[in-house]
Design a binder for this molecule. Structure first.
Ligand SMILES: *Cc1c(COP(=O)(O)O)cnc(C)c1O
Length: 352
């Protein structure tokens, strides 16, 4: 895990201060290095020192959690292997291999099948060979939340050093909710007691929003959003509890088109390449979406910290394809409000 820069950005003139917490620069390309890195360290501490060389970490994520697991294991000088569903993009398989995975096995039509094969076949065989096989979950573990909380500890000291105000709003996307749990834990640690967390999801990956609407902790029948990193069909119990009982979490859902818009505008305005799961957060900077998502006016003196959670599942070609497919849907509607930012002029539909 690395320190990430907190920086001021004025992509719109709607608010006085927008701070971007740029987790895209983490070793694995996303904030997941924090939580999963901590999980690996904490699991290793449970193993007697003279046994640790037998440890092998196992993940069933073909996404950023798998990448974070491999990066952290390599840093610790230990092996990590990943089982991913067959539908996992070749690019992600290559990234996980390039990061130094001992093995990447493609198996199963779904994440559930890949994970079952990992636990019941791959890890069992590993134990028989004499390894200490440690399963690495993507989001649902206190050590993962504790690691993610370091993002807020770090932001609090950066805010102090730079003389910024404590954020009134923190913008945070939600998949299984590991990030949100960590953010809430970190806020408690640093005494950010009046900050609202805006929990964002994409339509079709909106498992937290669906639970809040239903008034019970539900599982979605299927995930249809292209923002696959947000595609947990059910959020963690802790996330549901925090979102419904803290009085501090506001949930909102944007479309995949709006998340994609956040991605291409972040690239053009701030030179950052991130995946849809992160673009959904950046989308609040444009077209009055922060107000819409919060369901209230935003005062000019409010400070908003956006977690640029990052993600490796993106290429420049994907950005271009999204902009062609979704551009007219979102940019035309936002056009009058956006005269002042570069991305208002750089798209195909906006070309001057
Ligand atoms: C995993 C991930 C999320 C969601 O995090 P959860 O802890 O599952 O809620 C958001 N953005 C990116 C880039 C991710 O990799």
């Amino acid at each position: 895990m690395s320190t990430s820069p907190s920086l001021v950005c004025k992509p719109t003139h709607e608010f006085s201060q927008i701070l971007l917490k740029v987790e895209a620069v983490q070793p694995s390309g996303s904030f997941k290095s924090r939580g999963i890195g901590n999980y690996l360290v904490k699991s290793l501490e449970q193993i007697p020192t003279d046994q640790r060389e037998r440890v092998h970490f196992y993940s069933s994520s073909g996404g950023n959690a798998g990448l974070a697991c491999v990066h952290a294991a390599v840093t610790l000088g230990l092996p990590a292997s990943v089982v991913v569903p067959t539908a996992t993009k070749a690019m992600m398989v290559v990234k996980i291999r390039a990061a130094g995975a001992k093995d990447v096995i493609q198996h199963g039509a779904s994440w559930f099948e890949a994970d079952t094969y990992l636990r019941q076949t791959v890890m069992v065989a590993a134990e028989q060979r004499g390894e200490i096989a440690i399963h690495v979950p993507p989001f649902d573990h206190p050590a993962i939340w504790q690691g993610a909380a370091s993002l807020i500890h770090e932001a609090a000291s950066q805010v102090k050093t730079a003389g910024f105000n404590v954020p009134d709003v923190i913008v945070c996307s939600v998949g299984g909710g590991g990030l949100l749990n960590g953010v809430m834990e970190g806020m408690k640690d640093v005494g950010w007691n009046d900050t609202t967390v805006l929990a964002l999801e994409t339509k079709g990956a909106d498992s937290l929003n669906a639970s809040m609407q239903a008034g019970e902790h539900v599982r979605m029948p299927s995930v249809t959003s292209e923002a696959t990193s947000l595609g947990a069909s059910k959020v963690s119990e802790q996330t549901y509890k925090l979102a419904t009982m803290s009085g501090r979490v506001k949930s909102h859902v944007f479309t995949d088109a709006e998340a994609a818009m956040g991605c291409w505008r972040l690239a053009d305005d701030d030179r950052l390449l991130v995946e849809l799961a992160c673009g959904v957060n950046a989308a609040v900077c444009y077209g009055g979406r922060l107000q819409k998502a919060l369901g209230r006016a935003v005062k000019p003196d409010e400070t908003v910290m956006i977690i640029i959670c990052g993600g490796s599942g993106v290429t420049i070609d994907m950005l271009t394809e999204w902009r062609h497919r979704f551009g007219s849907e979102v940019e035309a509607a936002d056009a009058q409000e956006q005269k002042i930012v570069p991305s208002a002029l750089s798209g195909p539909s906006m070309a001057q």
